[in-house]
Design a protein. Structure first.
Length: 481
């Protein structure tokens, strides 16, 4: 229990996504009086309409891909045809059943999180909240005929974790029937015949990959020269090769200006005058923070031009009593970062030891097939900061890794970055099946400033994919001076 207070420290958390959930849980664990306000359900969009259902859909697509690739391992599923010769059956996907499972799983996860908060002593209030100055929150309750009533909750510390929503274009308004945001896909009764995905960032690439694997014809409209423009160029090249192998049509340097309904589907008009027609369209053109109309500016909180809340490395805003976490801030928009911000905010507010969050230590993942996992510095970041000459890197292709050969997946690599003078590991990129599970050793190395020799001295199981990490580290051995 936190010490030094005559009464319990009062914390109000606005939003129950990863950042808000973690802040509320941490506050309760440290003995504070915590109220969490959430309008949709604990877990927020990340659990109910974003991360949990989307990655579950991608896992289903991965299962389909594994079945299709099983022939490379000598596994054959044949049935006799009319002439007695074997005929390989096609995999089929019941999308309605898949979506039912995804939505149920998201709901169950939200319920589990709610129970965890209640068991910890957090008061959870369902409603719409907004700030009433730096030390109070107004919460909408039951609406009467003459409007909405509000409860006022005073707080010593407020944590704003209201998340973000899909960005919508005036010329491409989602209708939930033919034109979608990523939150609306889970009502689809069947696999789209031809899905046009506008946007080749992480969200666009993940859904394009998943639906192509599930059986849709997919056209990916990319305004950039290469898909996943924010990722390592070598990694993005691997994904582009995989997209081509799947038969996906990638339109590079093509900017969509409008999406309209047709009698049979949709028409996407490009800036150069071309028109692409399909059955459905997914708009994956970024997100906007849910910071409008909740009293932030009146309370003195500093907002960026984009509407994101400006925070420092301990998640504190310009107002000492107000912190913020997650996609509504100008920090790194990842669920894992939101959780860390939420906990960090509470620890700082209650006077506990806090280590400021360093975005260079954040591990991230793109859930395509293969996955791209990254942590720390990469070629692009080093080049932008003119540090490329002071760093060294080494890449080990999975084509030489025995475990990768065994599982039939060799189109990927492990790349390490280290400072040339000290050999300290400063970053890494892994492109592989389940790269999200493989990046953790490199995240530890970056976080604790291990050298390539220290990484190389650890035993990796033989054969294993992690062996590629130690192989890369050994290749970067620093000779004794």
């Amino acid at each position: 229990m936190a010490k030094g207070y005559e009464r319990k420290h009062r914390i109000v958390v606005l939003g129950g996504g990863p950042g808000g959930y973690e802040a509320a849980l941490a506050g309760a664990q440290m003995g504070a009086e915590v109220t969490l306000i959430e309008r949709a359900g604990v877990g927020g969009a990340a659990v109910l309409t974003d991360v949990v259902p989307s990655k579950s859909l991608i896992a289903t697509a991965g299962a389909v891909q594994a079945v299709r690739d099983a022939g490379k391992l000598g596994v054959q599923a044949f049935v006799p045809g009319g002439d007695g010769k074997p005929v390989r059956p096609e995999t089929t996907v019941n999308l309605a059943a898949v979506n039912k499972r995804l939505v149920a799983m998201a709901g169950a996860q939200s319920t589990d999180m709610l129970h965890s908060l209640e068991e910890a002593g957090v008061r959870v209030v369902q409603g719409q909240g907004r700030l009433d100055g730096p030390n109070a929150v107004l919460v909408s309750t039951a609406a009467g005929e003459d409007g909405t009533d509000f409860d006022r909750i005073e707080a010593d510390t407020i944590v704003v974790a209201v998340g973000s929503s899909p960005r919508e274009l005036d010329t491409a308004k989602p209708d939930g029937e033919r034109i979608f945001t990523w939150k609306q896909l889970y009502d689809l009764p069947a696999i789209p015949e031809h899905l046009i995905v506008v946007g080749s960032g992480v969200t666009g690439a993940e859904f394009a990959n998943a639906y192509r694997t599930l059986g849709s014809e997919v056209t990916l409209v990319s305004s950039r020269e290469q898909v996943l423009p924010g990722e390592d160029p070598d990694a993005a090249a691997v994904i582009e090769r995989e997209f081509a192998r799947l038969g996906m049509h990638v339109m590079s340097k093509a900017r969509a200006v409008s999406v309209t309904r047709t009698k049979t589907g949709v028409a996407v008009e490009l800036e150069d005058g071309r028109v692409v027609e399909g059955s459905h369209c997914l708009m994956a053109v970024g997100s906007v923070p849910n910071t409008s109309g909740i009293g932030l500016e009146a309370a003195g909180v500093d907002l960026a031009e984009s509407g994101h809340i400006r925070v420092n490395k301990v998640a504190r805003t310009a107002v000492p009593s107000i912190y913020a976490a997650g996609d509504c801030t100008d920090f790194y928009p990842l669920a894992s970062v939101a959780s860390m911000q939420g906990r960090t905010a509470i620890m700082h507010a209650l006077g506990d030891f806090v280590r400021p969050i360093d975005v260079r230590n954040v591990a991230a993942n793109v859930f395509t097939y293969p996955e791209i996992a990254t942590v720390g510095w990469n070629d692009r970041a080093l080049n932008e900061h003119a540090d490329l000459a002071t760093a060294v890197s080494h890449m080990v292709p999975l084509s030489v890794n025995p475990r990768a050969k065994m599982i039939g997946f060799t189109d990927g690599f492990v790349k390490l970055f280290a400072w040339k003078a000290s050999g300290t590991v400063i970053g890494g990129v892994i492109v592989a099946h389940r790269a999200s599970e493989l990046i953790f050793p490199l995240a530890l190395a970056v976080e604790h400033r291990l050298t390539v020799d220290q990484v190389a001295s650890a035993f990796a199981v033989y054969p294993s994919m992690t062996g590629a990490i130690t192989d890369a580290a050994r290749a970067m051995h620093q000779s004794a001076q």
